[in-house]
Ligand binder design. Structure first.
Ligand code: NAP
Ligand code: GDD
Length: 352
């Protein structure tokens, strides 16, 4: 039987690496788009080349979603059955400083891929997946959020991604392209970028414990997120494209925790006993109550720092994934505690 061909924009990222593994195990030929960078940045997919069964079906191409001729040529040469657009400037905090670049990548990048499909794929055989996000709900009141909730993004990232959500739907309706959105809530893993809160907290606290860093500096501790495991969330991405009709799906766990809950869980799992105190200016800090590793009693282990607050914040994200459970038969199995356990275990190994 002829193998299916997938094209992944964003293969070097957290989700791209898990999705590539999943598709290769399902016997796809996977084309991945990597950017030219001054340093090699394929660490999340390098292990695939050590697996003799997987490596033969993985082909990497240089590309960038800000370059239409490149996107067009890739789609035209590869003629994939499925295209996954995971490419993005994906950091919400950074999007306030790189607003225009974020729009170029996270909005117009999507349009470029859809235009390439519209022009090249006259028979409408290609399927397109767009990595949408819970950030498009912003602080909208109708929680927990589902596919019918209002969109009120509050960051350049969320707004750029909302454009992509709508343009994907527009191209589906106007041109009959099989184009679907996965509205994914936060998902983490040992492969998470180091400047997202889960991985930053785990790396930071381990460094303080080992005496390689004095203190960990964080921003807003009160916001709540619905955190799942990336490995399970990429399965949903694939399932969305296997459904008989194109559609939009919320992918979440349905449970949420505050950033402070996350930090306290990491401290507990590393046996560090702390109490939280507050400065007069309102900023909080955590002091250790006993010696542990290189941490001394009364040492400040974590401190809030204004540098890590955002100009605007999404306060409380919780998703309702009942449509995905009913229609594509997807549900999460790994809970928050197990996710953090896995991330800490892997980080301790990395540390050694
Ligand atoms: P990630 O680790 O930051 O990966 C982003 C990927 O996009 C990387 O491969 C990156 O390449 C690539 N990329 C960035 N700019 C590009 C450009 N101009 N042209 C081509 N490729 C570009 O993000 P992730 O966590 O895997 O998330 C995957 C997608 O899902 C993103 O679109 C993100 O916005 C979205 N999303 C993520 C979450 C989440 O919680 N993880 C939730 C909802 C939606 P480099 O390696 O060269 O930087
Ligand atoms: N990154 C970061 N760094 N976040 C911090 C820090 C810090 O030092 N201190 C507090 N936070 C808070 C943020 O203000 C936010 O409320 C929360 O921790 C989570 O931040 P991130 O892990 O950066 O994720 P995010 O929710 O902003 O965005 C992620 O999830 C979105 C889906 O909801 C990203 O993966 C996006 O790409 C994704 O779309």
């Amino acid at each position: 039987m002829k193998k299916k061909i997938a094209l992944i924009f964003g293969i070097t990222g957290q989700d791209g690496s898990y999705l590539a593994e999943l598709l290769l195990r399902k016997n796809y030929v996977v084309y991945g788009v990597k950017r030219r960078t001054s340093l090699i940045h394929t660490t999340r997919i390098d292990h695939i080349y050590k697996d003799p069964h997987l490596k033969t079906n993985l082909i990497l191409k240089y590309g960038d979603v800000t370059d239409f001729s490149n996107v067009f040529n890739l789609v035209n040469e590869i003629k994939p059955n499925e295209i996954y657009n995971l490419a993005a400037q994906s950091n919400v905090g950074v999007s306030f400083e790189l607003a225009e670049y974020t729009a170029q990548t996270d909005s117009i990048g999507t349009l470029r891929i859809l235009e390439a499909i519209r022009i090249i794929d006259k028979k409408r055989k290609m399927k397109f997946y767009q990595a949408s996000t819970s950030e498009i709900f912003g602080n909208s009141p109708d929680k927990p959020y589902n596919e019918k909730s209002r969109f009120e993004p509050v960051s350049p990232y969320g707004t750029a991604k909302l454009y992509s959500f709508w343009i994907t739907k527009n191209y589906r309706e106007a041109y009959s392209i099989f184009a679907s959105n996965g509205i994914l809530f936060n998902h983490e893993s040992p492969r998470r970028g180091e400047n997202f809160i889960s991985r930053k907290t785990i790396i930071g606290i381990i460094k303080v414990l080992k005496g390689h860093q004095k203190c960990l500096y964080l921003g807003n501790l009160n916001s709540k997120r619905d955190w799942g495991h990336a490995k399970e969330f990429v399965l949903a991405q694939w399932k969305i494209l296997q459904h008989k009709t194109p559609d939009d799906f919320v992918i979440a766990t349905g449970k949420n925790y505050s950033v402070k809950d996350l930090v306290n869980l990491v401290l507990k799992k590393l046996n560090i006993k702390c109490i939280w105190k507050r400065h007069q200016n309102g900023l909080e800090y955590a002091i250790s109550m006993s010696d542990q590793g290189h941490i001394k009693k009364s040492q400040i282990v974590i401190k809030q720092d204004m540098r890590y607050f955002r100009p605007n914040e999404v306060h409380d994200l919780k998703g309702d994934y009942s449509k995905a459970r009913r229609v594509i038969k997807w549900k999460p199995k790994i809970n928050f505690d197990q996710l953090i356990d896995e991330m800490i275990t892997q980080e301790m190994k990395n540390y050694k």
